[in-house]
Design a protein around this ligand. Structure first.
Ligand SMILES: [Zn+2]
Ligand SMILES: [Zn+2]
Ligand SMILES: [Zn+2]
Length: 146
């Protein structure tokens, strides 16, 4: 009786090292605070002209997790568009930059503008949260097929 060689299915499961995961998830870059243009002061001087910027708390820089793209909703200005209120952008929190999961594609809901046309003031698009782009595929951490 011939022994049938057991066929082994090549099952490659890439386990993600916690260190590696930390590196992927935790890598942040320092970018210039868009709201105050890196000056660290409230650009509108709402409380006082000496007030610290409410976005970067006076640092002039903010940390954004990589990969970073320009906020589509405010076009990177950090200021809430379409209103006269002098608030920071509700899509990026005033940073002007947002994290995008790659590969990304233009948001099908807003066509990449990041804007949801609501009256009286447009809002950040619900689908892409104002980023203008959405991840092409869902990132499933721990399953190892990405
Ligand atoms: Zn600032
Ligand atoms: Zn923004
Ligand atoms: Zn959208």
């Amino acid at each position: 009786m011939a022994r049938r060689p057991r066929k082994r299915k090549p099952r490659k499961r890439r386990r993600i090292d916690p260190q590696e995961l930390k590196k992927i998830m935790g890598e942040t870059v320092s970018v210039k605070c868009a709201f105050c243009d890196g000056k660290g002061k409230d650009p509108f001087g709402l409380l006082s002209t000496l007030s610290d910027c409410q976005v970067c708390l006076g640092a002039g820089k903010v940390k954004v997790r990589k990969p970073v793209t320009k906020c589509a909703f405010c076009e990177g200005t950090g200021i809430q568009p379409y209103t006269t209120s002098r608030l920071h952008c509700s899509a990026c929190g005033g940073k002007g930059s947002v994290t995008v999961i790659e590969p990304a594609m233009d948001c099908p809901t807003c066509g990449g503008t990041g804007v949801y046309p609501r009256r009286p003031h447009p809002m950040p698009c619900h689908t892409c949260k104002g980023q203008g782009v959405v991840p092409k595929r869902q990132l499933v951490i721990g399953e190892g097929n990405w």
